[in-house]
Design a protein around this ligand. Structure first.
Ligand code: S3P
Length: 168
């Protein structure tokens, strides 16, 4: 039995903060059922995130995120399982997130910016990380949104740090 009272966990934070790795760890070692909003979008459109941004633009991607959140809410509503939701970094602005918050605790994975920058240095999978010069500004803006959104901020640089912070 986990030390922590089990319920749904919603992971938010900047690109490369470790949401995907942590959600996979929670699935593998702690019995959570994993949902990834990015993966749902990629499956739905049968296109990569880069292709979606390049073909339809960011605004369209944000619309998709909103739609996907409604689908996630439906899954969470009808299930007694414990879920971990790996949210794309831009979901902090989604309208439907307000409703999602009723179905789980929102955690913000707070990783020092220099670490994130380092991880994103060679990344080619994230359209918003193409221009490294704009990342700091984006981070500063997003930071406020993540803090506002989350029920709890968890600090660290590794999956193990976050697992501990979650009390698991
Ligand atoms: C984005 C983050 C990405 C992905 C897309 C846009 C963002 O997800 O949804 O590239 O706006 O921060 P990760 O946070 O999992 O990298």
């Amino acid at each position: 039995m986990n030390k922590r009272e089990a319920s749904n966990i919603i992971l938010t934070g900047f690109m490369a903060s470790g949401k995907t790795t942590l959600s996979k760890k929670l699935e593998k070692s702690f019995g959570y059922t994993r949902i990834s909003t990015d993966e749902m979008i990629v499956e739905k459109l049968e296109m990569s995130i880069n292709e979606i941004f390049d073909t339809f633009g960011e605004e369209y991607f944000r619309k998709l995120e909103n739609e996907i959140l409604l689908e996630v809410i439906e899954v969470l509503k009808d299930s007694s399982k414990n879920f971990v939701v790996d949210c794309g970094g831009g979901i902090c602005y989604a309208e439907n997130l307000v409703e999602l918050k009723n179905f789980g605790e929102v955690y913000f994975l707070n990783v020092p910016f220099e670490r994130l920058l380092n991880r994103l240095e060679k990344d080619t999978t994230r359209p918003l990380a193409r221009d490294k010069n704009s990342l700091r500004r984006l981070y500063q803006v997003r930071l406020k949104a993540y803090k506002k959104l989350a029920v709890k901020e968890i600090f660290g640089v590794s999956t193990d740090d976050f697992v501990k912070e979650l009390g698991l």
